[in-house]
Design a protein around this ligand. Structure first.
Ligand SMILES: [Zn+2]
Length: 262
């Protein structure tokens, strides 16, 4: 079973991929981890990938795609894997399909963990890290006992520049503009599963596992509602329809890899 996990920064995609990897006994392939491993192994792609990430730029498609395909071709992925952080553009999704076809494989399901944009902003902008031991905190969900101080080592807590309000909104805008096209792509193939990510971690996992057991309901085509979904109140990020998303620039924009720690 080749499954793609999609979700905005802050939607809990990595957490769910880790849990699902255990539950389904499939390797979890996170594109950020692959870059790091390639670098440690001094593999062909490691250094060029690092130079882009050091500059805060997106690693070019051809490097990313080669690394992912090489990984999928390894024996531990013979019966499937969970892809996390890839594909992130429509072009990558199309290239992935072609390459898998050459290996006699195909993507079975694409799971989208949906969280209202205002909740994402809240989750991301509340993140804090300890300067000394890197323990993560959240001002609302897991606050330290003493504000601004690490429970474990007393170190100072800080907010990464990526998690500041304006940067968060910018990252989300990029994510949504790229992702609506990917969602549309898998929806047309009858492979898209949408789950509610605005609930407890275990509930999200339960919903995904139950949806994977059932056949996807191929969704009716037609112009979807405005994207991304919002709860109540004003959307903190830009909203658009599918045709508007198609008109947005899809390349040459900086993305989520910036946040991967090296
Ligand atoms: Zn600490």
């Amino acid at each position: 079973m080749y499954t793609i996990i999609l979700g905005a920064p802050g939607a809990g995609k990595g957490t769910q991929a880790d849990i699902l990897s255990q539950e389904m006994n499939l390797p979890h392939i996170a594109s950020g981890d692959l870059f790091r491993q390639a670098l440690e192994a001094r593999a062909e792609f490691g250094l060029p990938a690092k130079s882009y990430m050091d500059k805060g730029e997106l690693v070019p498609d051809e490097i990313t795609i080669k690394m992912i395909l090489e990984k999928i071709d390894q024996s531990d992925c013979a019966s499937g894997c969970l892809l996390d952080g890839f594909p992130r553009t429509l072009h990558q999704a199309e290239v992935l399909d072609q390459a898998l076809e050459e290996q006699g494989k195909s993507i079975d399901k694409a799971i989208y963990i949906e969280v209202p944009s205002e909740e994402l902003v809240k989750r991301l902008s509340g993140r804090r890290l300890c300067r000394t031991c890197q323990t993560p905190y959240h001002t609302i969900n897991s606050p330290p006992k003493t504000p601004g101080r690490c429970d474990k080592c007393g170190g100072e807590l800080y907010q990464r520049s990526d998690d500041r309000d304006e940067t968060v909104k910018n990252r989300l805008n990029i994510f949504f503009a790229q992702t609506l096209l990917i969602l549309d792509y898998y929806k047309k193939q009858g492979k898209l599963i949408k789950v509610n990510g605005n609930q407890g971690i275990q509930d999200v996992t339960r919903e995904i596992l139950s949806a994977l057991k059932h056949q996807c309901q191929p969704e009716q085509s037609g112009e979807p509602l405005r994207f991304p979904s919002t709860g109540s109140g004003r959307a903190p990020v830009a909203e658009f329809t599918l045709s508007e998303a198609k008109a947005l620039p899809q390349n040459d924009i900086r993305g989520e890899h910036r946040q991967n720690k090296w």
